[in-house]
Design a protein around this ligand. Structure first.
Ligand SMILES: NC(=O)c1ccc[n+]([C@@H]2O[C@H](COP(=O)([O-])OP(=O)(O)OC[C@H]3O[C@@H](n4cnc5c(N)ncnc54)[C@H](OP(=O)(O)O)[C@@H]3O)[C@@H](O)[C@H]2O)c1
Length: 243
């Protein structure tokens, strides 16, 4: 039987305790990769690793890492192995119009999602032939007046990946840009608001459904396994940028 492209590859998912990161970790683990998931919360990481072990019968390593902490990130990667593929899904970006979102929250959002990915990119060691994949979001190309900053952060991440594709060559660097995906990101909304948001999206989007984490993980594994893909942004938004 042909072995998977990811068999025994060392894969790090930063943000792997939940949402898109957890789903990406499960997909790589199912393909035989040696996966490490990283985030701030040891208990969430442990639950996620046990779930992946139950789902796909694979052992996943966990490590606590806060990408907003310069010294923590540098210390972790100074002692970390060289990885084949690294994916950064971590980030927290409070939303709100630019005129009302407090500046301290705006700075914190940029510090988490943009500077967090930047810190990882400048410290991580990736083997030649390997890849780094960042996660942005479709607001980079289809801004909303209630989440101006998210669009700017996502556009900055996509530009960062294109520049890193040159600097880190021959390591490949790409971005996936999701639209609305049903993940734990939206668990801070109450049930009624979340259901309404999903129903609105189903009615508006050309694909007539909300995205699932697997829609995005398919693209992440495609970018990691496609040796000619670098500096790319893959948009997975159900047509939201058009509708
Ligand atoms: N879901 C969507 O609809 C959607 C749409 C467009 C773009 N995106 C983007 O996709 C990315 C992933 O979203 P998601 O839906 O997977 O979100 P999620 O379900 O909220 O998961 C976020 C993950 O990031 C980790 N994390 C947050 N801050 C961290 C930090 N400082 N250091 C390390 N880990 C940290 C969290 O783990 P701990 O709490 O354990 O630290 C968690 O594992 C985000 O950048 C988001 O903006 C999502």
């Amino acid at each position: 039987m042909e072995s998977s492209l990811f068999q025994d590859k060392a894969v790090l998912i930063v943000g792997g305790s939940a949402g898109l990161g957890a789903a990406t970790a499960r997909s790589f683990a199912a393909q035989g990769a040696r996966v490490t998931i990283a985030s701030r919360n040891a208990a969430k990481l442990d639950v996620c690793a046990r779930q992946i072990a139950a789902d796909v019968n694979a052992q996943v390593t966990t490590t606590v890492l806060d990408i907003t902490d310069d010294a923590f990130v540098e210390r972790y990667f100074a002692n970390a192995p060289v990885y084949d593929h690294v994916v950064v899904t971590a980030g927290e970006t409070p939303m709100g119009p630019a005129r009302s979102l407090p500046l301290c929250e705006a700075y914190a959002a940029m510090n988490s999602k943009f500077w967090g990915a930047y810190r990882v990119a400048r410290a991580v060691q990736i083997r030649e032939g390997g890849s780094l994949t960042l996660v942005s979001g479709f607001l980079s190309v289809r801004p909303r007046k209630t989440s101006v900053l998210q669009g700017a952060i996502n556009a900055a991440l996509e530009a960062l990946a294109r520049g890193l594709a040159l600097e880190l060559s021959p390591v490949r660097v790409n971005t996936v840009s999701p639209g609305l995906i049903a993940t734990s990101l939206w668990s801070n909304l109450d049930e009624v608001a979340r259901t309404r948001m999903y129903a609105d999206a189903e009615a508006r989007l050309p694909v007539r459904r909300v995205g699932q984490a697997e829609d995005v993980t398919n693209a992440i594994l495609y970018l990691a396994s496609t040796g000619y893909a670098t500096g790319s942004t893959v948009l997975l938004d159900g047509g939201a940028a058009l509708a």
